[in-house]
Design a protein around this ligand. Structure first.
Ligand code: M6R
Length: 359
């Protein structure tokens, strides 16, 4: 089933543009409005706060979702780690609604939260790639991510599908609430730009292989930095590198460097900087310069409108809330080629299972 691909992970990375296009044709009508169950939209509209609960890569997609729901649907939204939320529940708002974000729909940490939420009588929605899964069945509502089966342990196309479905849902909710910002946000166009931009990056995989070798062949550790959504994608890019190449990688908010992490920078420490957020691009650039001045090997990944001479990789322009749909592609490919170069089984990293059904 891998066809001509050496590993499922590369196949699944390559499927992402098609997933974006499929999601548009599946959920968006001719007028550009995403269509979802109206009872579900009413339940979401009645909430005064959305709690996104997830684990691992799905949690990172949830972090990206915060902005989308706040900006397009005008509702305060926060992403939580299921394994934390389950035992140390924050003070809830008066009318909370829970969104469980999960590729498999079987993650035990999330199920534990769902059981409590149901007992308390709060409404819930599961966004999942497996619509027949436990978490899809047990929540009040379920929406399918439509990424198609994901076999590699490292999640790739489920992440971008989660971000895309969050955008579709946030726009639908904003329009349900008659918010002008939501009406003005052309989600179908953005996702089609994302598909084109992803393909352009996938087409540069030979270059990404070279960059992976240059950056990570010899290293034991690596850093990914950015601000805003670039920070969230840093967390996900670092997780990808950790889980399949066993390089100790850390993703963090670029502004936090000087508060501690910069002490770790030595000659040739690899640092990947994501620069797609117009508000903070200049600041992230100066953080990248600071580490470079201390000997770090810096790879700058910037969006076209913000690019400067010397940036090694340019991604297409996209709404800043959605740039992780593009910037994670080099994140995934850098991890893939590093694992490949080191001779590991890319699809089946040590100590990990595809779905984590124990707490
Ligand atoms: O099936 P889920 O989305 O609930 O799984 C959550 C995590 O276990 C999962 O994303 C994990 O972090 C992946 N291996 C990351 O690539």
């Amino acid at each position: 089933e891998k066809g001509t691909f050496p590993f499922y992970m590369l196949k699944e990375i390559s499927e992402q543009p098609a997933v974006m296009r499929r999601l548009v044709s599946r959920y968006v009508d001719d007028a550009g409005t995403p269509q979802f169950d109206s009872a579900m939209l009413s339940a979401l509209a009645a909430a005064d706060r959305l709690y996104i609960v997830a684990a691992g890569t799905s949690y990172h997609a949830g972090l990206v979702g915060q902005n989308l729901f706040e900006h397009l649907a005008g509702v305060p939204t926060e992403a939580y780690l299921a394994s934390e939320f389950g035992y140390h529940q924050p003070l809830l708002s008066a009318k909370p609604m829970f969104i469980f974000l999960t590729q498999s729909g079987e993650t035990a940490d999330i199920r534990q939260v769902l059981v409590n939420v149901k007992q308390a009588g709060y409404p819930s929605l599961t966004l999942t790639n497996v619509i027949t899964s436990t978490l899809a069945r047990e929540a009040d509502y379920a929406v399918e991510l439509g990424a198609g089966p994901e076999i590699a342990v490292a999640s790739t196309k489920a992440y971008t599908a989660q971000v895309a479905v969050e955008a579709l849902l946030a726009k639908a909710l904003g329009q349900h609430k008659a918010l002008p910002l939501a009406a003005a946000f052309d989600v179908a166009h953005q996702l089609s730009l994302a598909a084109t931009g992803q393909q352009a990056l996938i087409d540069q995989q030979d270059k990404l292989h070279e960059l992976a070798t240059e950056m990570f062949a010899q290293t034991r550790n690596a850093f990914f930095i950015g601000r805003g959504t670039d920070y969230y994608v840093s967390l996900e890019a670092a997780l990808k590198l950790k889980e399949i190449s066993y390089v100790q990688a850390e993703g963090f908010a670029a502004g936090e460097l000087k508060h501690g992490t910069i002490a770790l920078i030595e000659q040739d420490t690899p640092v990947v900087a994501f620069i797609t957020d117009p508000i903070t691009a200049a600041r992230t650039r100066s953080n990248a310069e600071e580490v470079e001045a201390r000997g770090a090997k810096v790879l700058r990944i910037a969006s076209a409108a913000l690019a400067e001479p010397g940036d090694q990789l340019i991604v297409d322009d996209l709404d800043p809330m959605l740039t992780p749909l593009l910037t994670i592609i080099p994140g995934q490919l850098l991890a893939y080629f590093t694992s490949l170069d080191r001779g590991y089984d890319v699809d089946r990293p040590r100590n990990l299972a595809k779905s984590v059904t124990v707490e």
